[in-house]
Design a protein around this ligand. Structure first.
Ligand code: ATP
Ligand code: MG
Length: 454
């Protein structure tokens, strides 16, 4: 006890037996029980009443320790998926890479996982060492060992308010350190997505990546190419929609990880011309996420890849194509090259195409044309995109201002605007009017998902 206390005071890294957790009481960890969801408590107590072990685990414990309300709660238990399913009215066994149980209460979904065994070493792997399937169950300490980072490998029991820490996660939370559990090279080989998770968590939490966790990434990054594209896309989307996308990309650059981690990031980060535009787009996305508003992946990817489209668009125009067909050709080229690598879902790709192809139409301000564009189901997204182009200096602010006035104007004002646009010499540079707060209308879904609530 005294030895442990002295080690703690001196900050000496614990060389404990990793099968025995350090147990911290409420006074030591300081978790505010009010941050827990009642459904998380319902699941753990139902399992415990049936004689099983049950804990809140992973990201939720990390967030609780940081004093942040977790956005979702994962539960770990020694009950098998079948045993879990029997205890809840609405529970479904989902068999993806790992079998887990989805327990539903109304709209609320909790993921319940059975403790995994240390079977990763013997699990079936691809030729690069990536684990393909692994459903072996095991004791809790093996489950802790299988998790990615020390700060993600803690267990909280709401009934006793105790935190079980197997890998020094508490100390790392306090030091703001992101440390992988086990031997970094081996862990990245087994699952290369962990390299993307390092970056995401470091940026999101503003933690420092511990040197041995960081070192192999630059060399091992190409292993990400062997991961199924849909899984990389999911992780990429989490990164971009974390509310810290800009910080994530800056972190990648700072760590020298922007080469080869993902082809999309190379495109985005390597070309300074588009940087202003991408920065503004990510800033606006981050602000929306932080304000609890939805974000549309289509808008986001349309922004990230826009300067590539512009480059090809210019080339097609220079080769004699007229602007609109040239833009379609450019969009096809960019989408073709990214769809394969990124597993862009068809719906997202079609949103991107809509946003891009609307852009030259904003330049036509005569007759009925602007009225028709206003009716476009994705007008709001296209218009927001136009404003980003103006703000980044790619095109004159005058065009964005005109559309803002047209969009917000009454029928008389609109008529006048069309008349003046036709009369005014094109390309006249005016001073930028302050951007008004976006109006809520049914005109389209702007930079927001269909499920979002404003
Ligand atoms: P977020 O706040 O983004 O949800 P999270 O840590 O909860 O962060 P999840 O993807 O929800 O992340 O995963 C839940 C937990 O499962 C993690 O905290 C970690 O313990 C474990 N985990 C997830 N992905 C991996 C992985 N690739 N390798 C090892 N453990 C993982
Ligand atoms: Mg989570």
């Amino acid at each position: 006890m005294i030895k442990k206390f002295i080690r703690k005071i001196l900050g000496v890294k614990d060389q404990r037996d990793p099968t025995e957790p350090v147990v911290l009481g409420a006074a030591e960890h300081g978790i505010d029980p009010k941050l827990l969801s009642s459904n998380a408590i319902r699941v753990t107590s139902t399992l415990q009443d049936a004689g099983f072990k049950a804990f809140v685990v992973g990201g939720a414990v990390r967030d609780l320790l940081l004093g942040v309300k977790p956005k979702d709660f994962d539960i770990a238990t020694n009950a098998t998926p079948e045993e879990v399913k029997k205890l809840f009215r609405r529970a479904f066994i989902i068999g993806r890479r790992f079998q887990i149980v989805h327990v539903m209460f109304g709209q609320d979904l909790l993921e319940v996982t059975t403790f995994r065994g240390a079977g990763e070493a013997n699990a079936p792997k691809d030729e690069h060492g990536r684990v393909l399937r692994d459903n072996s169950f095991g004791p809790q300490h093996e489950d802790a060992m299988r998790r990615d980072f020390t700060i993600n490998a803690m267990y909280y029991n709401p009934a006793t308010q105790e935190v079980l820490d197997y890998h020094g996660g508490i100390a790392d939370i306090r030091d703001k350190t992101l440390r992988i559990i086990g031997q970094p090279e081996a862990r990245y080989r087994e699952d290369p997505v962990r390299m993307l998770r390092v970056v995401r968590f470091a940026a999101k939490l503003q933690f420092t990546i511990e040197p041995t966790t960081r070192a192999p990434i630059a060399v091992m990054a190409p292993l990400i190419d062997n991961v199924p594209a849909a899984r990389v896309f999911d992780e990429m989307l989490k990164l971009l929609m974390s509310g810290h996308a800009l910080a994530c990309l800056q972190q990648l650059r700072k760590e020298g990880l922007h080469h080869g981690l993902l082809p999309l990031l190379d495109v985005v980060l390597e070309q300074p011309i588009g940087m202003k535009f991408v920065t503004l787009a990510l800033e606006s996305t981050d602000n929306r996420v932080k304000a609890g508003k939805g974000v549309s992946p289509g808008f986001l990817f349309a922004s990230l890849l826009w300067h590539q489209v512009v480059e090809k668009w210019t080339a097609y125009k220079a080769a004699g194509e007229s602007p609109i067909p040239a833009l379609h050709l450019a969009a096809d080229d960019v989408l073709d090259s990214q769809t394969e690598q990124l597993a862009l879902q068809r719906r997202i790709a079609s949103d991107m195409r809509d946003i891009w192809s609307m852009q030259p139409r904003f330049e036509r301000r005569n007759g009925k044309t602007p009225y028709k564009l206003l009716e476009h189901p994705r007008f709001r997204a296209g218009y927001d995109f136009l404003l980003l182009r103006c703000e980044s200096g790619e095109i004159e602010m005058e065009l964005g201002d005109w559309w803002t006035a047209f969009y917000e104007g009454d029928p008389n004002e609109r008529e006048q605007l069309v008349a003046t646009a036709n009369a005014a010499p094109s390309g006249a540079k005016r001073k930028r009017a302050p951007r008004r707060a976006p109006r809520k209308t049914g005109a389209g879904a702007a930079n927001e998902s269909t499920t979002s609530e404003e």
